[in-house]
Design a protein around this ligand. Structure first.
Ligand code: GLN
Length: 481
């Protein structure tokens, strides 16, 4: 087995026993990136020198008798998270020359823990999308079938983990962008509760739903990463004060006393038959472990996509207003008039999807339309939150599919924004409500062209119940119960 194929947990044991060094592990990941990323295009930047130097530091700390869950573990980071001294482009032309002047809190925490940053991964521009085809630097391919997308917007991070270029990767999830690529690439992807992980240094998309989280090979690995990156941060007032739990201690294999809800609006008759079958198998495993199943109703589910695609562009139009071409990169055009300068830079710097969202959001927020669109969407969002609150009075956890189908072909939906928006049908609920949710592999389905591809099962829990999610997901991950 090549070192880059190890899980975090396996590598941790080998590092602690001095069977391997962080430099060897890092070199194996860098070699894999060189070997395969010319085809996959998961990385926008590889910092070989920085990674090897961080690995040397980690080896020194290990030699001095230190340990720690992520000490010496190589990872990649979605290029929408600030990394001091390295380019942070959000896969946009408008930031093509932008070098982050400071580290995001998550990066600072990972640095302090001794994790080794290998580089930055591709995404849909500013995280707008579900396929990574909206990147200004070209699409990423799904390593499981290179004619297909890896999902999005954290598609580069998912493809990198699936192709063993790193042991884990950071993604961000605003409306599914960790969970959906995890489903398409056969990985574990966690969207923590809103406010569980600091957004300081994450370029804002939809500030009221953005969360950073891990894409990993196993549930335990995802838990190990969350333990390090979570917590209150004085530089992000929306972070939650509650203590970070010991998520990776996945104790107990017994789910008796637990009730898992199956929301009927997520299991309608038009759900793909094979996905339905994989989810039924997942539900059966929960029963075998002692859980009770219960059908519940989330009646406002059908408004999830319309609400999300009003709230999100509204916040985007406001958050992207700061990119004027002056303070942050680009500034190519010499104009004598400021308005023309802005227009030229924003016209050149933003891709079609970012522009579409700026226009939709500006419209929804304009005087005369605000009440009809933005305000109405926020009111319905409150009803969606109430739906989940009611469901969690009856059940402890919800089980749903993550995606309506497996990974689709590159190019298949790129010119159909509405079809792309509908990709998010099962993931926007947990985003609009700020609830924690995970996608774990639920098995394979066969496509019309005979490909066997993974699909995910999603577990959604009440706020801050990441520990429960990891426990249940950890049990599901084991084949034998
Ligand atoms: N598909 C969603 C969108 O395009 C995902 C966004 C995200 O989570 N960053 O808005």
């Amino acid at each position: 087995m090549n070192l880059n194929e190890l899980t975090i947990k396996e590598a941790r044991i080998k590092l602690d026993k001095r069977e391997i060094s962080s430099q060897e592990l890092t070199a194996a990941c860098l070699k894999r990136i060189k070997e395969i990323d010319g085809r996959i295009h998961a990385c926008l930047l590889v910092d070989e020198e920085g990674a090897l130097s961080a690995a040397r530091q980690a080896d020194k700390r290990l030699a001095a008798g230190e340990s720690g869950s992520l000490l010496g573990i190589p990872y990649l980071c979605k290029d929408i998270i600030m990394t001091k001294g390295l380019k942070t482009t959000a896969a946009s032309k408008i930031l093509e020359n932008y070098i982050a002047p400071y580290d995001a809190t998550v990066i600072a925490k990972l640095k302090a823990a001794g994790a080794v940053l290998l580089g930055k991964t591709n995404l849909d521009e500013f995280a707008h999308g579900a396929s990574t085809e909206n990147s200004a630097y070209g699409p990423t391919k799904n390593p499981l079938d290179e004619t297909r997308v890896p999902g999005g917007s954290s598609g580069g991070s998912a493809a990198a983990v699936a192709a063993n270029m790193c042991l884990f990767a950071l993604g961000s999830d605003t409306g599914g962008s960790i969970r959906q690529p995890a489903s398409f690439c056969g990985l574990v992807g966690l969207k923590p509760s809103y406010g569980r992980v600091s957004r300081f240094g994450l370029l804002s998309m939809t500030s009221s739903t953005d969360v950073i989280g891990p894409l990993a090979k196993t549930v335990e690995d995802a838990a190990m990463v969350l333990e390090v990156i979570a917590g209150k941060d004085e530089r992000d007032a929306t972070t939650l004060p509650e203590a970070v739990e010991n998520y990776s201690r996945l104790e107990g294999r017994d789910l008796s006393g637990l009730t898992v809800g199956l929301p009927k609006e997520y299991f309608l008759n038009d759900l793909d038959k094979q996905i339905m079958a994989r989810l039924k198998e997942t539900a059966a495993k929960l029963e075998t472990a002692g859980a009770k199943l219960k059908t519940v109703s989330l009646p406002y589910t059908k408004y999830g996509i319309p609400v999300y695609y009003l709230v999100t562009p509204s916040e985007i139009s406001s958050n992207l207003a700061r990119f004027d071409g002056i303070g942050w990169g680009l500034a190519k055009n010499e104009m004598d008039n400021l308005q023309d300068f802005y227009k030229a830079n924003r016209g050149l710097g933003f891709g079609p999807e970012a522009k579409r969202r700026i226009m939709l959001g500006t419209y929804a927020l304009s005087a005369g339309y605000y009440d009809a669109y933005y305000k109405k969407a926020q009111a319905v969002r409150t009803l969606i939150i109430a739906d989940f609150d009611r469901a969690f009075q009856e059940v402890d956890l919800l089980l749903t599919p993550t995606t309506p189908h497996p990974a689709f072909k590159i190019g298949e939906q790129v010119n159909d924004p509405l079809a792309m928006y509908l990709e998010d049908i099962f993931v926007t609920g947990a985003s609009l409500t700020g609830l924690p949710a995970i996608s774990i592999p639920a098995g394979l389905v066969e496509t019309a062209d005979g490909q066997k591809l993974p699909v995910g099962a999603q577990l959604i829990a009440p706020r801050l119940k990441e520990g429960l999610i990891f426990k249940v997901a950890g049990i599901l991950e084991q084949d034998k119960i």
